[in-house]
Ligand binder design. Structure first.
Ligand code: PRT
Ligand code: ZN
Length: 225
């Protein structure tokens, strides 16, 4: 394993959370030059290494204590947590802070022409999603059974393509739903980016660095409000 003395922080390599994750860390005084082709970047002025990875990998890296901190959407965090619990894998973490960006909803949406009265209208229907565990938990709580259509992308076109009757996908402005002739019926989860810490105790020096970063992050977020 690489140098364990340095604090490891996982951030999304490229996507909706990348820019704001980097901006937040820079505002906290971390000096670094990221290159998308590099997995690890050394921060110049503090013993911190940044890992640029797919967002889906971040919760597992934190839960397995491969990294000390991670920034990821709560939607991905909760989905991975449920998936790992089902597989009997370690799923512990500490949520240090909600970061006030990457806000979205995970919602069920149906085609405009569908006869939808309430959730029971979806009984026995097929629902396309990238979030099978969050959907399953919600539907089980509501007592509605459904068939799954697992898609890692293009969820919003599944009904029109005849692959599913409804979808469960992330929504922010709603423009994607509208463009695909769908409307939101239920919000099943609300999400924003969060800062996570791996479970268990850290060595004193590392914990002191985490505390220092946390107080800077609190300052940055407060200044934004
Ligand atoms: O490559 P990698 O796996 O790292 O990235 P990714 O493609 O899986 O994720 P990415 O970058 O698209 O999103 C990262 C995170 O941003 C998500 O997990 C959410 O926490 C957050 N986020 C916030 C969103 C959205 N808003 C969002 N609108 N993620 C996705 N969308 C998509 C949604 O899936 C749909 O296709 O945008 C479309 C809907 O947007 P509206 O504005 O039309 O409603
Ligand atoms: Zn992803």
């Amino acid at each position: 394993m690489a140098n364990q003395q340095r604090l490891r922080v996982a951030i999304q390599k490229s996507g909706r959370l990348s820019r704001e994750s980097q901006t937040l860390l820079k505002r906290c005084g971390l000096k670094f030059n990221l290159n998308e082709r590099r997995l690890i970047t050394h921060v110049e002025n503090l013993p911190v290494d940044l890992l640029q990875v797919r967002d889906d990998d971040i919760p597992g890296l934190v839960m397995d204590q491969v990294v000390d901190l991670g920034i990821v959407g709560e939607n991905v965090l909760e989905e991975v947590e449920l998936e790992r619990q089902a597989a009997d894998k370690a799923s512990g973490y500490q949520k240090l802070k909600q970061l006030d960006f990457g806000k979205c909803k995970l919602s069920i949406a149906v085609p405009e022409e569908m006869e939808f009265q309430n959730l029971d209208s979806l009984q026995g229907k097929r629902i396309a999603t990238t979030y099978p565990y969050l959907l399953k938990r919600y539907m089980a709580n509501q007592g509605v059974s459904y068939d799954e259509c697992l898609l890692k992308g293009s969820v919003e076109v599944a009904p029109r393509a005849g692959l599913a009757d409804a979808i469960c996908d992330l929504v922010s402005t709603g423009a994607t739903l509208e463009a695909n002739g769908l409307y939101e019926t239920q919000v099943i989860f609300t999400s924003q980016a969060a800062l996570l810490q791996s479970p268990g105790e850290q060595a004193d020096e590392k914990q002191a660095l985490i505390d220092k970063l946390m107080s800077r992050i609190n300052g940055v977020i407060k200044a934004r409000e």
